[in-house]
Design a binder for this molecule. Structure first.
Ligand SMILES: [Fe+2]
Ligand SMILES: [Fe+2]
Length: 172
């Protein structure tokens, strides 16, 4: 199986044959610490993860605020469940970051909270859709042990966007 567009042979992963990421050799996939050839990839992956961790951190703060401000018990419950997913993403991405950096933590910056409940819901729909897309992209370039987590997170964000659209439709 040489000469395919992935430039490497498929490897057995989770019961099926998959291709390692385009830019890295097979050793990149068997451990999280990348070799010298993949240094640039690793540096940009670490930057992307830091961005994602900041996004999750601010989503948790925003949803805490939205849950408090929710005009209705049903909305509060939906938003609290979404917040729990974000806490899971935050922990997961932080552990990836820590493994790739030898135990470091990214710098976290708190962003502004929403002006109002409806505005916050509206912004959340867009943020969720953007995050879903960027995690999907990231899942295609990460070492295999990280891929499943990013794909799952991407699907979670899609579901969150739909829930926020539901709330938005019922709030206006
Ligand atoms: Fe998330
Ligand atoms: Fe989300």
């Amino acid at each position: 199986m040489k000469g395919n567009r992935y430039g490497s042979s498929p490897i057995l992963w989770g019961g099926s044959w998959v291709y390692p990421p385009y830019s890295a050799g097979p050793s990149y996939n068997t451990r999280l610490q990348a070799g010298p050839a993949a240094d640039t990839d690793t540096a940009s992956l670490i930057r992307e993860l830091a961005k994602a961790i900041n996004g999750e951190y601010n989503a948790i703060r925003t949803y805490e605020w939205l849950a408090r401000e929710a005009p209705d018990e049903e909305f509060r419950k939906i938003i609290s469940d979404i917040k729990q997913d974000e806490e899971h993403h935050f922990r997961l991405f932080s552990s990836y970051y820590s493994q790739l950096t030898g135990g470091r933590k990214p710098e976290i910056k708190a962003g502004p909270l929403p002006e109002s409940f409806v505005k916050g819901v509206e912004e959340s729909i867009k943020d969720e859709l953007e995050d879903s897309k960027s995690y999907q992209r990231l899942s295609e370039i990460v070492p295999l042990p990280l891929r499943r987590g990013l794909i799952n997170a991407s699907h979670d964000e899609q579901r969150h966007a739909t829930w926020f659209s539901y709330i938005w439709n019922r709030t206006r």
